[in-house]
Design a protein around this ligand. Structure first.
Ligand SMILES: Nc1nc2c(c(=O)[nH]1)N[C@H]1C(S)=C(S)[C@@H](COP(=O)(O)OP(=O)(O)OC[C@H]3O[C@@H](n4cnc5c(=O)[nH]c(N)nc54)[C@H](O)[C@@H]3O)O[C@H]1N2
Ligand SMILES: Nc1nc2c(c(=O)[nH]1)N[C@H]1C(S)=C(S)[C@@H](COP(=O)(O)OP(=O)(O)OC[C@H]3O[C@@H](n4cnc5c(=O)[nH]c(N)nc54)[C@H](O)[C@@H]3O)O[C@H]1N2
Ligand code: SF4
Ligand SMILES: [Mo]
Length: 727
């Protein structure tokens, strides 16, 4: 007997609905796109199609392992948790404990529901995550402009007439901070209805090839280009604000330093093109500017993210249909009114500012290596592989050796977890329930879908139970019920909040009404009921039950203007010119005339890859998904290269196979990240090892306001193999 089941794909931000066929042993025999999902409508990519292979990868850990010297020993769960308890018990100062949360935390219920309590239980400010190697500039920009770091506008993809996209390649990545299943189809539909797509990228990507226009840009210079456009809007009197804002004059003044003819040399974009891009944006009936990883992981990442929304605001496109809009996710909670600030504390060694309660991963190695009070001695990683994903990962690789104790929650023994004393593996993907708490907040349509676990649990704890138990160990309350505690807290606040929909009601009666087979489901039910469509909000009837009754997902309608209810600034207005960012504009100005390095390195993503951890699935590796250095043929000829070349940066050197292509600008080379699996316990990955680009990237370079890592625009030199050059 086979069975057909449906669930959301947990592998990227596109949240596609999948239809899986399972045989009686619970093995996946086929994966298709779920045609009845109102959001993804049957779309699937090669990764989603490999979910079964990934789920049953024989190299996944099935039981916890404890390291004894170089040897790993499988142990039972109680023994594994006892080892953690013992390791943590030796910590005398919680200031020496650190946590690193990796990317899949954004895709698991465990990450969404238990990482926060776990951090609080550990009682440390040493919180690091993949966010400071990714999108922190966007959070800081939104925090300063709108008062809320999670108020991230997304392009209204299905209605816009004009999309200006910078540093994103959704035909390979399937989109990021813009949840849109079948992003490729949505872009084609945009063009099909007469809309215009312009892509700015140092490479002519597959997305650029699909666009009406592709503009090459020198890596790391988007803030200059965007400022040139802002300058044009003011100079040509094209500003049409749709709403009252603070700081218009300050932005106009700041832009005076960046006329198109002044930024043309630095960006490599001719002044006439910059002016035209601005005019087209202003003239479009509706338009949105959208910028992603290529512009975030750059020296002026936060300024670029800010200028994106300045352009959206100056052209009247902020918070209007067809423009850049704010989704209304079903589990949104009101949040408190307090002014957003970064730098509430600073990192011990380099004095880098905290942002969203996190310190930059670019300084994790400093904090482990540098002696003194607060030196990190105990590390917990959850779903992360910073040895391959953090800037100058090779240094972290060595630093992890010096820790007193390390615990990793991860299904794989990999480049990072090999340093752990204890690895706690989550169960199979299909054994976990799935709800996209984070990603649905960035969706181009309001939508909700819950996937209950498809397979029964065996003797293994769920990942939620693993994190909850770690939290209870850390707080000395083992045996306690974390979910009950969180539910009671939430209800206590809700019944006291004027106008909350449950004001004045009895928390015990509400608690008794909650559905769910476990604490995680009950917490989801609570959030759905209290959320903006919820049964207890007074505005709808949504609950866990509704979602269980809609196994293909529930469409909650197109995005609607709602910035006024989201704004959390002290002024109650959009802050167009936050002082902290104007300060960083001085840094930008100072570098305008700087000579650019002769060669710079950028990254890239491949469709069948996902950061560092999907290289162990046969059908996903090989072919176009290999670790090669893209380089323009003119540079190949100029430097006398063939076959392989040596790439050197301030931090390291690598020998890599060349992939000459005129799709990349002269003076720019590109290497994908997440490779470098030589000697890995993952057998397929080890056979396709590649090298880690993050042996070249530089942890000393960060975007000043957010502390975000700089992966794009890294100065490098390239030389033929076998030739010794002075560096
Ligand atoms: N040079 C360069 N570096 C980059 C980037 C770049 O563009 N260029 N991109 C950056 C970006 S955007 C990101 S998000 C980071 C990612 O940085 P990380 O999150 O540190 O790295 P990943 O490779 O995503 O590692 C994910 C880990 O989670 C494990 N895992 C997978 N599924 C689960 C699960 O369900 N539960 C648990 N507990 N573990 C799981 C995997 O085995 C793997 O060890 O990398 C960054 N690094
Ligand atoms: N297949 C696949 N999908 C993924 C991932 C994956 O590894 N593989 N990772 C997931 C994650 S964690 C994330 S964060 C998202 C990221 O999603 P995207 O942001 O779409 O990521 P990329 O495909 O790396 O596209 C970034 C683009 O920026 C360009 N670029 C580099 N430097 C610059 C610059 O200075 N300026 C400009 N304008 N462009 C520049 C690069 O050439 C590249 O085409 O993808 C997610 N989806
Ligand atoms: S696009 Fe993303 S969510 Fe959709 S099937 Fe592929 S990996 Fe899964
Ligand atoms: Mo990411």
């Amino acid at each position: 007997m086979t069975s057909t089941v449906h669930r959301t794909c947990p592998l990227c931000e596109a949240v596609c609905g999948l239809t899986l066929t399972l045989d009686e042993g619970g093995h996946v025999t086929s994966v298709r796109g779920d045609r009845d999902d109102p959001f993804s409508k049957g779309f699937i990519c090669p990764k989603g199609a490999s979910l079964g292979r990934l789920d049953e990868d024989p190299d996944r850990l099935r039981r916890p392992v404890v390291r004894e010297g170089e040897q790993w020993r499988e142990v039972g769960w109680d023994e594994a948790f006892a080892a953690v308890r013992e390791g943590l018990g030796r910590v005398t100062d919680r200031g020496s404990v650190a946590v690193y949360l990796g990317n899949p935390n954004a895709h698991t219920m465990a990450g969404a529901l238990y990482a926060g309590p776990l951090i609080r239980a550990l009682g440390t400010r040493n919180v690091f995550s993949a966010s400071t190697a990714d999108q922190m500039p966007k959070h800081v920009s939104s925090g300063l402009m709108f008062g809320s770091p999670m108020a991230v506008p997304v392009p209204d993809l299905d209605r816009t007439d004009h999309l200006l996209m910078l540093g994103a390649n959704p035909l390979e990545s399937n989109g990021s901070l813009c949840t849109a299943p079948d992003f490729p189809g949505r872009l084609k539909a945009l063009r099909g209805r007469g809309g215009r797509l312009v892509v700015v990228d140092p490479r002519r990507t597959r997305t650029a090839a699909l666009a009406d226009e592709h503009v090459f840009i020198r890596p790391g210079t988007d803030a200059y280009l965007l400022f040139g456009m802002v300058h044009t809007l003011f100079a040509e009197d094209l500003v049409t604000l749709g709403r009252e804002v603070n700081g218009l004059d300050e932005v106009r003044e700041a832009a005076k330093h960046f006329p198109p003819e002044a930024v043309a040399r630095r960006t490599g974009v001719p002044a006439a093109v910059i002016e035209r891009l601005a005019r087209e944006l202003a003239a479009a009936r509706t338009a949105a500017v959208y910028a992603r990883i290529g512009t975030c992981t750059a020296e002026f990442g936060t300024l670029a993210q800010w200028l994106v929304d300045v352009l959206n605001a100056l052209t009247g496109n902020l918070d209007r249909p067809g423009g850049a809009m704010f989704p209304k996710p079903a589990t949104e909670s009101g949040g408190r009114r307090r002014p957003y600030a970064t730098g509430r504390w600073r990192s011990r060694v380099r004095g880098l500012p905290e942002a969203n309660g996190e310190l930059p991963v670019a300084t994790l190695a400093d904090e482990i290596e540098t002696p003194g009070e607060g030196q990190i001695r105990f590390l917990l990683t959850v779903a992360g592989n910073p040895v391959l994903s953090a800037p100058h990962g090779a240094r972290l690789d060595a630093a992890f050796e010096r820790l007193d104790f390390m615990v990793s929650v991860d299904p794989y023994l990999n480049e990072t977890t090999r340093h752990a004393n204890v690895i706690l593996p989550p169960p199979r993907v299909l054994q976990s329930g799935h709800y996209d708490f984070a990603l649905l907040g960035f969706a181009v349509r309001n939508y909700a879908r819950y996937s209950p676990p498809l397979l029964p649990m065996d003797d293994r704890p769920s990942e939620s139970q693993i994190l909850a138990r770690l939290a209870m160990i850390a707080s000395g309350m083992e045996g306690g019920d974390l979910d009950a505690f969180v539910i009671d807290e939430t209800l206590r606040k809700a019944v006291q909040t004027p106008g909350s929909g449950v004001e004045g009601r009895d928390p015990a009666e509400l608690r008794a009404a909650l559905d769910g087979r476990d604490g995680g489901e009950r917490r989801l039910d609570l959030m759905l009921r209290l959320g903006p469509y919820g049964e207890w909000s007074g505005k709808g009837d949504l609950s866990l039950r509704t979602l269980l009754d809609h196994p293909h997902g529930l469409d909650l309608g197109p995005l609607e203007p709602r910035l006024d209810e989201l704004l959390r600034t002290a002024s109650g207005l959009v802050e167009l010119a936050p002082p902290q960012l104007l300060e960083d504009v001085e840094r930008l100005r100072a570098k305008l005339e700087e000579e650019a390095p002769e060669m710079v390195l950028i990254g890239r993503r491949h469709l069948r890859s996902n950061n560092s951890w999907m290289h162990n699935v046969g059908p996903l590796v090989g072919g176009s998904n290999t670790c090669t250095l893209q380089i323009n043929p003119a540079d190949v000829a100029r430097l006398g290269l063939s076959g392989e070349a040596v790439v050197r940066s301030a931090k390291g050197q690598l020998t890599v196979p060349l992939e000459p292509t005129d799709t990349i600008m002269p003076g720019v080379v590109s290497l994908p990240h997440g490779w470098g699996h030589a000697g890995s316990a993952q057998r397929v990955a080890a056979a396709h090892a590649g090298v880690s680009v993050n042996d070249l990237t530089d942890e000393s370079a960060v975007d000043a306001p957010s502390g975000n890592a700089v992966f794009n625009g890294v100065p490098v030199t390239i030389s033929p193999t076998g030739v010794i050059t002075a560096h």
